[in-house]
Design a protein around this ligand. Structure first.
Ligand SMILES: [Zn+2]
Length: 198
């Protein structure tokens, strides 16, 4: 089983930062993606960064890389988790929306099982933080035809790890415990999916 961890954006992606410019999404996603990948490798899983480059790699190329491995070893032997940080505005101001969520494409597939396991792990690791539910605890993940989710053949989930334009979320994300929690919820959610849902 190949586990691809995607880091969302590159150094030149415009916007994608906190209003004070101190928190950069591409950088944060890379920290978490690297840690998640390292933890999974430590546990003996075949995890790999989809984008080792620092520059922004197009969504089409990200999909091409994942799909090439799907074609090679079989779609059911590949999963993809794309790590992001949410934003509620694009006006460069702080906002109040906060919390963690995950996305899959509309309809029910393996990706929904993976998203469910990520939500269960999020509940465990994000105690005291908001978990945003799409449709109650049984169908927690949001559904959207995001390009990366729609154009990859394998089970794919995109996580939005709190909000980069919410002061208290940014504070949480940047402290040591916050980074550990965001890392471990991905590691545990993925492991749970691989152990029980395949
Ligand atoms: Zn993003």
């Amino acid at each position: 089983m190949k586990i691809f961890i995607d880091n969302g954006h590159g150094i030149e992606t415009p916007g994608k930062r906190s209003p004070d410019g101190k928190f950069l999404e591409y950088q944060y996603n890379r920290i978490i993606a690297s840690r998640v990948t390292a933890e999974l490798l430590d546990c003996g899983y075949d995890a790999q960064l989809l984008v080792p480059e620092i520059s922004d790699i197009s969504l089409a190329e990200r999909c091409r890389r994942a799909n090439a491995v799907c074609d090679d070893i079989g779609t059911s032997n590949v999963i993809l988790v794309s790590i992001h940080v949410n934003a509620s505005g694009s006006d460069g101001k702080w906002h109040s929306a906060s919390g963690w969520s995950a996305y899959t494409t509309p309809g029910i597939s393996q990706a929904d099982l993976l998203a469910y396991d990520l939500y269960e792990a999020a509940k465990k690791y994000l105690v005291g933080q908001k978990i945003r539910l799409f449709n109650g605890p049984k169908e927690p993940d949001f559904e959207s035809n995001l390009y990366l989710l729609k154009h990859t053949k394998c089970a794919a989930v995109l996580t939005e790890n709190m909000f980069q334009d919410c002061r208290k979320d940014v504070e949480f994300l940047q402290n040591r415990a916050g980074k550990e929690a965001i890392t471990m919820l991905h590691v545990e959610g993925i492991k749970e999916f691989l152990l029980s849902d395949i």
